[in-house]
Design a protein around this ligand. Structure first.
Ligand code: GDP
Ligand code: MN
Length: 380
């Protein structure tokens, strides 16, 4: 679960990490009132689940009410990489002497936590990693032993920050590590971590990703869930109990089993097309489940063909075939279907489907030929 910047700052603040005071607002009037309360200059920041907001015009300094009104008006509703801004965070502006980068995440191959710290902050860390990898000081932390202040201090020294930032950085990084571990985060990132002209260090930005599987342990996390971006198709599918992920292509996918669904997405790519979704109907391919799956896919306007890929295991071919025939009678479909049916009692299942075949319902012998057919239909 990815947090918006202001939620990340609230999360940081709850672990004692210094952040700028501010208010989250959903309309221009509220933003101006907040800016007036906070006192000028303020920074008005777009709250979206993506980075690079500064470059996209989503972060502006306002020195009076008129400017606050103008910037809030421009930023609310702005499209940043496909994310429409619905919330702005208004915070007291900071004076910046230097911008650093700091983060903790899990290094899966090393089976250790990884801290990264760089004196070259404010820009994307990927750019620093490409152009000047030596500018990133790394530390691996054994989760059992934790981060000692001593290790943290040598890490900060290795990053060659301004010596004036050493104490403040050690203090913040110790707290950041605690927030990362105790808060069950997958990622905590501060970019930029700033040093002010008066020698204070604090977090000017916050990127936090929490482990969704740990939400039950943190009652306070429910409020973060409310602002999660929702795919309407995914909501509808989850209500029907389907394992569904929306994708960007034009071939709707129905498969039984997550492994087969993933392979189906792959063969559609292999055939030169793109899947519109990932949908695993699990073991039970009866008429109710199949009708639900077809409805969800049919409601996606991008779908131009539907590929039903079933490999019967415990589920028998004739059950699946009957399910498809019955579901098709119930759901009025906009797109043609291509079926590949294999596995237990495939012959019986195919025999049931045969009399129903048409240019709206086609059957292919193999997974690849079915994918090719579905892609051809989606393009034609
Ligand atoms: P991002 O572009 O989405 O990463 O948003 P950030 O919150 O990191 O802001 C981008 C840049 O805007 C920062 O690197 C700063 O240079 C600048 N910025 C943000 N807040 C302030 C502020 O309070 N004062 C000043 N002077 N610059 C700011
Ligand atoms: Mn940033």
């Amino acid at each position: 679960m990815d947090l918006l910047e202001y939620q990340g700052k609230q999360f940081f603040a709850s672990y004692g990490i210094p952040v700028s005071a501010g208010e989250a607002c959903q309309d221009v009037e509220a933003a101006v009132a907040a800016a007036d309360r906070i006192g000028y200059p303020v920074v008005i920041k777009a709250q979206v689940h993506t980075g690079g907001r500064g470059k996209a015009g989503g972060i502006k300094l306002a020195t009076n009410s008129a400017e606050a009104r103008e910037h809030a008006g421009n930023i609310l509703g702005l499209d940043i990489k496909g994310h429409i801004v619905q919330i702005v965070w208004v915070e007291v502006a900071s004076d910046i002497a230097e911008e650093y980068y700091a983060s903790f995440t899990l290094d899966r191959s090393a089976k250790l936590h990884l801290g990264m710290l760089s004196a070259e902050g404010g820009v994307e860390i990927e750019t620093v990693a490409d152009e000047n990898p030596d500018a990133i000081a790394k530390i691996h932390v054994n989760p059992v032993q934790g981060l000692t202040e001593e290790a943290c201090r040598s890490w900060v020294e290795a990053a060659k920050l301004n010596p004036a930032a050493t104490e403040g950085s050690v203090e913040i990084l110790m707290k950041l590590y605690t927030a990362y571990v105790d808060g069950d985060a997958d990622l905590v990132e501060i970019n930029p971590l700033i040093l002010t002209p008066t020698g204070e260090v604090h977090a000017l930005d916050a990127k936090v990703s929490l482990d969704s599987n740990a939400i039950y342990e943190h009652p306070g996390y429910e409020k973060y869930d409310e602002t999660q971006p929702r795919d309407e198709r995914e909501l509808a599918a989850h209500k029907k109990g389907l394992q569904y992920v929306g994708l960007d292509g034009t071939v709707g996918v129905i498969a039984n089993g997550a492994g087969l669904a993933m392979s189906t997405v792959d063969v559609i790519n292999q055939a030169g097309g793109q899947a519109a979704n990932f949908l695993d109907i699990g073991g039970g391919a009866n008429a109710d489940v199949m009708a639900g799956a077809l409805e969800v896919i049919n409601n996606d306007p991008d779908v131009k063909s539907i590929f039903i890929n079933i490999f019967g295991g415990i589920t028998r071919g004739e059950e699946v075939a009957n399910g498809i025939v019955e579901a098709m009678a119930r759901v009025k479909l906009d797109s043609p279907i291509v079926i590949r049916l294999d596995g237990t009692n495939a012959a019986e299942g195919r025999a049931i489907l045969k009399p129903h075949l048409s240019d709206r319902l086609m059957m292919e012998d193999t997974m690849l030929s079915a994918a090719a057919k579905a892609v051809q239909l989606a393009e034609g």
